[in-house]
Design a protein around this ligand. Sequence first.
Ligand code: PMT
Length: 218
Amino acid sequence: FTKKDLEGKKVIVTAGPTIEPLDPVRYMTNHSSGKMGYAIANEAKERGADVVLVTGPTNLQDPSGVKLIKVNTTTEMFNAIEKEFNDCDVLIKAAAPLDYRPVKVSDKKIKKDDDNMNIEFTRNVDIALHFGKTKKDNQILVGFAAETNDLIENAKKKIITKNLDFIVANDVTQSETGFKVDNNTVTIIDKNGEINNYPTMKKEEVSELIINKVVSYF
Ligand code: PMT
């Protein structure tokens, strides 16, 4: 028996990596599998929310009962959220969008020669930062922090700069938790400075914690 404590709420969840093409056959990306975001979307759906899942490319099965929007680049992820954001109650940013994209995308396959190659990158929009600045007071914004060092300190900075209600910090240096795998070890920090450390658990269980925390704001 699951409590339907998100009934009538619209929850946008982002998942997966983004990809940024360099030419028709090459792209940049990262190790995000989408598992964390898909698990959160599923938990929100089970708890009665209207869920919009905006996802970068993953190998996961399409979930049922949610509005699924598939994107490739960080700009596409931003545009998809912008169309859905106005009437949403919660935005949970579990995706790992690329912060940079190549300045030039070649329409033909780039040929190799004997020299080194330099690629110039330009900044992508910081999606969480944008919606943190424009959100209404009653819209809840949840961020993630994927860190390799100074986990808590960096996560706290992100709460302030991105105007988050709370952040889920994960240390992504260990191979058995974080990117790709089924488990995650997280610390949840809220904007009032409350910090909770949790043991390693399944991403489904982490999702339950996150949704419980969201519900406590209503
Ligand atoms: O997908 P999995 O394999 O299950 O792995 C899960 C995960 C490790 C990807 C996930 O738990 C996680 O930590 N996601 C956030 C990854 C990330 O981009 O962290 P960050 O510290 O670089 O960004 C901080 C926050 O800003 C995040 O909420 C991120 O979604 C957001 N962001 C980042 C860059 C950008 N251009 N726009 C953003 O909105």
